[in-house]
Design a protein around this ligand. Sequence first.
Ligand SMILES: Cc1cc2nc3c(=O)[nH]c(=O)nc-3n(C[C@H](O)[C@H](O)[C@H](O)COP(=O)(O)O)c2cc1C
Length: 336
Amino acid sequence: MKTAITELFGIQHPIIQGGMHYVGFAEMAAAVSNAGGLGIITGLTQRTPELLAREIARCRDMTDKPFGVNLTFLPSFTAPPYPEYIAAIREGGVKAVETAGRSPEQYMPALKAAGIKVIHKCTSVRHSLKAEKIGCDAVSVDGFECGGHPGEDDIPNMILLPRAAEELTIPFVASGGMADARSLVAALAMGAAGMNMGTRFVATVEAPVHPNVKKALVEANELDTRLVMRALRNTERVLKNKGVDELLEIERDRGAALKIEDIHDKVAGVYPKVMIDGDMDAGAWSCGMVVGLIHDIPTVKELIDRIMAEAEQIIRQRLTGFLDGTLETRPARAVA
Ligand SMILES: Cc1cc2nc3c(=O)[nH]c(=O)nc-3n(C[C@H](O)[C@H](O)[C@H](O)COP(=O)(O)O)c2cc1C
């Protein structure tokens, strides 16, 4: 399949693995890139630019295909040394960066000077237009369903994607709620040139996380995510667990007066406990509603091959069948 996104990043399939804290290590990114998608190393999981440089080198040892790095611009008092992270990306020869969080505007000259393609993750049409204006090459349009930070507008992808298509001239991928061939075909129908997946990629053989995490994803359903930190205007969609229940209790008690200090131990330092130690009740970690569509733990290649094969089947048989008048009574089937 050829789309503006496969052409932009020089990849075989229009599938991107979004940056994921404590998941997006070299093993994850290389597995996705080797399977024909665009794997992404999560920049800030590496505590220093030097460590990121090492992670990029490790990924390069595992794949000769293009891969990218995620740079998340956090609202924090002590900003990470972003220029040094960008230098590590440039010197590592990485040609794709996924930016997220705050606008990457001040870093665009450095990224563009290094010949890096920038895809900015946006949860609204207005932010997508801003990304286009400041020179981003593409946008990852992240709907309300998404794992992680859906913003504060609460617009699901069924509306957000066609709205993005109405306004944008640069290509975009659909992000949030994407799991399988049906997601990909629907995203393409709504104007996207591919899809970005987060949660789905965590439940794969190669995802370098504790087996408890993968098991929890297979066992959970679409009702099991919660929104936290709404009162702080830093909303995050996470998987429900004991720590999250306690967090929500505190949020209910404090109401609009909630301060980050009130919930600090339930949202900070949680990722290593969950992803490395497998402590599933530690607190808030990102997970999308798409968890309801995750029923197995395939290899990344099996997952991507299945998506591409079934997408072709949906387009050639189911959709063309409607036009040809061949009666199709079965719904597009569930993943294997
Ligand atoms: C465990 C996990 C950690 C994540 N960490 C980050 C992150 O550090 N930076 C970022 O930009 N997005 C992060 N995300 C969001 C993903 O990149 C992606 O946008 C999102 O998962 C898409 O929604 P989906 O989970 O429904 O596929 C994370 C998502 C998950 C599931």
